[in-house]
Write a protein that binds this ligand. Structure first.
Ligand code: IMP
Ligand code: MG
Length: 172
């Protein structure tokens, strides 16, 4: 069940406006290949991209890593990119960095295709020793280790469409 709202719709909107400015400044005059990690990052990606003025093209990748609220530790490529990224300035959009396993695996895969640059935008990063060294270029919010849903984040495919991020707790 939803325990409480952690990040309100207004707080998300205001943080994303700042992130968009940071992204425009970082890529000034360039062209971004935005890559969303399906499905969780879709809400974050579209809301950020609507606010930037840099030229952008969009692609998606999907991996499977989770069942329920625990990492399966087993990451599988479900859907690959539709376009080549060689020589492109790739900006990867991720919903949440938990253990960082998924992101590391995706970074490995994308780096092997020789993009010109590869940066990361994440809506949420959990405060965990495992992911402390992961370089997130554009971060929405750092949160605790609780399981969260909403604004793209799911629990077994539910709750993605909540306009806010909420803490989920087992219960009735
Ligand atoms: P990691 O590999 O442990 O970093 O997990 C990353 C993936 O697990 C994310 O892309 C999410 O799909 C999922 N995930 C991790 N934590 C949460 C959470 O609190 N709520 C919903 N999904 C989560
Ligand atoms: Mg998920």
């Amino acid at each position: 069940m939803i325990a409480h709202v952690l990040i309100s719709e207004e707080a998300i909107a205001s943080r994303l406006a700042s992130l968009a400015l940071e992204i425009d400044a970082a890529y000034a005059g360039g062209e971004i290949r935005a890559v969303g990690v399906l499905k969780g990052s879709v809400f974050f990606l579209t809301d950020v991209l609507k606010r930037i003025s840099t030229s952008v093209s969009v692609d998606f990748i999907q991996v499977r890593s989770y069942a329920g609220t625990a990492s399966s530790g087993n990451i599988q490529l479900v859907h690959d990119l539709s376009m080549d990224i060689e020589g492109k300035d790739v900006l990867l959009f991720e919903d949440v960095i938990d253990t960082g396993l998924t992101l590391r695996r995706i970074l490995e895969l994308l780096s092997s295709r020789h993009p010109r640059s590869l940066r990361i935008a994440a809506l949420l990063k959990k405060r965990l020793p495992e992911n402390a060294d992961l370089p997130v270029d554009f971060l929405g919010f750092e949160i605790g280790t609780e399981f969260v849903v909403g604004y793209g984040l799911d629990l077994d495919e539910r709750y993605r469409n909540l306009p806010y991020v909420a803490v989920w707790k087992p219960g009735t």
